[in-house]
Structure formats: structure tokens, C-alpha cells
Write a protein that binds this ligand. Structure first.
Ligand code: PLP
Length: 435
């Protein structure tokens, strides 16, 4: 069977026979076959084209098949396809330098991982080892990855310095539309969420808390943009109690919000930054931790008990270098910001005026959530069947959507054009009208 002769039905059958899929009961799955892509568009094996308003799992920030990234990976594979992490490699060094160049003053080292989850694992490990404390505070509405057991299952010495992989505490973050704090203004929401965080720290025992781990803007949980003062307030509390602040930029980073790092738009500087996805638009699996000098220096004499076979893989490194270079050369961060302020901001607000099913729209850049409600007054979320019908209506009209709970996330590549963005909004408008 050659690629050209395969139909959607052939590929669906091959998939169903052998592939075990993420987060799903396997029986009723009908994964959409995709044959190819270019920029913000993908197509199936039967020739149907879709505007990719999902960026897959919100990672193809530079779009599909960017020639500079494809070219850099091809060149690297010819030169040296792989080399172990312990060696010095110029592509890896350049990838690390380019990432730190985008970080604030005082960040000069990168620890590379295979993706976002292991970036957070290693940031947490660093925070625990540097503080000698074990608890990690994060939010209920968050996603940080899908690992947790391998190092504590390990039998040799590497388990021992990591044997305190426990002690996770959750707090509510600010989310004015569904406030847990009875707040009616962003200021109230921010102040009360900070008060709650500080009380949890005090009651857990500040001397037991190693890190506060936050997505700068919670992504899969609903693109919940923090209110003014919240992140600065978290920084202040972390400093007061000697706690390390880890900002998870896996989904929000590298042009998604119209900034290099989403926190650039806020009055906050973290101690550790975790990244993946947009750093290379996902062409090769990669992630990492950008490490502030103080934390990096803590491991100058002391062993860092962490590592991965493919840390800083040359193909991943080549894709990072090309992706970041292309983003800078082509003004991709600025494009995302412009699309957010000129097209998605006003366009989604207009859709909210028109369709009662929209409870709230929020976001920045190419990172927007449309929250759908059964009743605007009670804000009751629409059910899964409604989201299912919306997805079907969007796909039928040639838009590949990203949905989560009762929300449609509007998250195309950061290279999306004004025309494509407007076309996507028109399709969403039509699909909402069918509900
Ligand atoms: N952190 C955030 C904010 C994410 O959105 C994700 C994945 O969606 C992760 C971490 C985990 O990344 P990975 O799936 O690459 O392990």
C-alpha cells in the first residue's frame, strides 16, 4: 500500500487494528485520518481540507511543514542523527542559547527533556533539592503532564534523592467567571485568591513547601487569563516564604499569547520556566527547564540526580534552533499579537453578542476560549452532547477544532493569516447557529 493509494477508511482501519490511543476508551474511537499539512491547513486521504484551529495539541505554533524547520531537521539527520546527552554538541548548545536569550536576565542554562511533563518533573526535582522541602502547590484547574512513577519504581541509587516524590497540595486560582471566592471584580478575585494561597501555605507549614507550580495562563483548563496583580502577588508570597516559583509555559509560551513567554505580559519573573510544544512547534518531541542562575549554581558542586536518554537530542535541538530563528525572522510573535487584538478579540466578542450559548470569551494572541453555557444567567455549562454536535458541525465545514469540557478553544498556529482567522470565525459563527 503506498501513501497515495490509501483512503481515509484504509488508514482508520490500520489505526484501529494496532494503535492504542491516549485518554480514551478504545472501542468507539473514530480518529480522523490526516495525510498532510501546510501552514494552518491539513488534509485527509480523501482530499478534504481543514483549517487547523487546534494547532494539534496546541503546539504547531509555526504551522505545519515550515520549510526552515523541515530543512534544519533534514540537515541535522544527515550530519549526526543522534548523540548522547553527556557529549558536547553545537546544535544543542545553540538551541539552549536561543531559549535563554528569550528568558529574562539571570537565566543562562537549559535542561532538555522529551516533552512538557518531564520538564515539570525536573523543575519540581530542582526545587525540592534546592529548598530541602517536598511539597508542591499547584492549582485545581491546571494540567502539567502525565508522569509520576518511574523514578520511584527505580531500584538503584537514582531513586534515593528522589524518594520524596509526594506532597502535592492544590489551591483554587482566580477565575472570575466561576469565582470560588464570591468575587465580582477582578481586583477582588485576585486579592482573595492570593489570601487563600497564603493561608494554605501557612496551614501546610511554609517550611514544607518547595515550589508553587503554575501555568502562566492555564491552557487546557480554560485559557484563564490571570487578573491584574495575581502573578505579582504569587511572586511576593513565594519570596516571603522562601518558595520557588515555577511557571509552566508549555502551552502558553513561544508566540501563543503574542509574547515569547506568556509571563512577559505580566509583572512577574519565575525561578524556573518549563517549556515544550511551541519551542519547536512539535516537529520532534522536546521540552525543557530554563534555570535561573541561583538554582543552576546550586548544582555546580552537587550532583543533579536527573537525566533522560534523549535529553537534548540533536534532531530536537535542530528543530528548536530553526523554529526560534524563523519565528524571529518572520515576526510570528507580533503576528499572533495582531491577530488577537485585531481579529479574534473583536470577532469573538461579536459572536458572543450574537449567540446566547456563549457565556464568556477570553484570551490573548492565538489563545482563546469560548465558554458555552446552557443558561447565561446560571452559567450552567453545556453538556458533552452539545460540544459533540458543535465539533461535528465545525468538521463538516472544514475546521479542525480543539474542545475541552464545555469550551471551544480558538488556537490556530501563530502564523495564521488575517484571512484564515476571519474564515475560521465565520465557520464558528455558522456552526454555533446550528446548535
Ligand atoms: N504543561 C502544560 C501547560 C500542558 O498543556 C501540557 C500538555 O498539554 C503539559 C505540561 C505536558 O506536556 P507533554 O504532553 O509534552 O508531556
Amino acid at each position: 500500500l503506498t501513501h497515495a493509494h490509501l483512503t481515509n477508511a484504509d488508514v482508520a482501519q490500520l489505526d484501529t487494528r494496532s494503535v492504542f490511543h491516549s485518554w480514551s476508551a478504545q472501542g468507539a474511537l473514530k480518529p480522523l485520518p490526516i495525510a498532510g499539512g501546510s501552514g494552518s491547513v491539513v488534509w485527509d486521504h480523501d482530499g478534504k481540507r481543514y483549517l487547523d484551529f487546534s494547532s494539534q495539541l496546541v503546539y504547531t505554533n509555526l504551522g505545519h511543514q515550515h520549510p526552515k524547520v523541515v530543512g534544519a531537521i533534514t540537515e541535522q539527520v544527515q550530519q549526526l542523527a543522534t548523540i548522547a546527552p553527556a557529549h558536547a554538541n553545537e546544535t544543542r548548545a545553540e538551541a539552549a542559547r536561543l531559549v535563554t536569550e528569550r528568558a529574562p536576565e539571570g537565566f543562562h542554562k537549559v535542561f532538555f527533556t522529551n516533552g512538557g511533563a518531564d520538564a515539570n518533573e525536573n523543575a519540581i526535582r530542582m526545587a525540592r533539592l534546592v529548598t530541602g522541602r517536598d511539597k508542591v502547590i499547584s492549582r485545581y484547574r491546571s494540567y502539567h503532564g502525565n508522569t509520576g512513577a518511574a523514578i520511584v519504581a527505580t531500584g538503584d541509587w537514582r531513586r534515593v534523592p528522589n524518594d520524596f516524590a509526594r506532597g502535592h497540595v492544590h489551591v483554587f486560582g482566580p477565575y472570575l467567571y466561576r469565582s470560588e471566592f464570591w468575587a465580582t471584580t477582578p481586583e477582588e478575585e485576585s486579592a482573595r485568591a492570593l489570601h487563600h494561597l497564603e493561608r494554605v501555605i501557612q496551614l501546610e507549614g511554609a517550611s514544607t513547601v518547595a515550589a508553587i507550580l503554575l501555568e502562566t495562563i492555564p491552557g487546557t483548563a480554560g485559557i484563564i487569563v490571570p487578573p491584574p496583580g495575581y502573578l505579582a502577588g504569587v511572586r511576593e508570597i513565594a519570596d516571603r516564604y522562601g518558595i520557588i516559583l515555577i511557571l509552566d509555559e508549555v502551552m502558553a509560551g513561544f508566540a501563543r499569547t503574542g509574547e515569547w513567554f506568556a509571563f512577559d505580559a505580566f509583572d512577574v519573573r519565575p525561578d524556573l520556566i518549563t517549556f515544550a510544544k511551541g519551542v519547536n512547534s512539535g516537529y520532534v518531541p522536546v521540552g525543557g527547564v530554563v534555570i535561573s542562575d541561583a538554582i543552576a549554581e546550586a548544582f555546580d558542586e552537587r550532583v543533579f540526580p536527573g537525566g533522560l536518554t534523549y535529553s537534548g537530542h540533536p534532531l530536537a535541538a535542530a528543530s528548536v534552533v530553526a523554529n526560534l530563528t524563523a519565528m524571529a525572522e518572520e515576526g510570528v510573535v507580533e503576528n499572533a499579537r495582531r491577530i488577537g487584538t485585531e481579529t479574534f478579540g473583536p470577532g469573538l466578542a461579536a459572536l458572543a453578542e450574537k449567540h446566547d450559548v456563549i457565556g464568556e470569551v477570553r484570551g490573548a494572541g492565538v489563545f482563546w476560549a469560548v465558554e458555552l453555557v446552557a443558561d447565561r444567567a446560571t452559567r450552567e455549562p453545556v453538556d458533552a452532547a452539545t460540544i459533540g454536535r458543535l465539533k461535528a458541525a465545525l468538521l463538516e465545514r472544514g475546521l479542525l477544532p480543539f474542545t475541552a469540557d464545555n469550551r471551544l478553544h480558538v488556537v490556530p498556529p501563530a502564523i495564521v493569516t488575517t484571512d484564515e482567522a476571519a474564515q475560521g470565525l465565520a465557520i464558528i459563527d455558522e456552526a454555533l447557529a446550528t446548535l
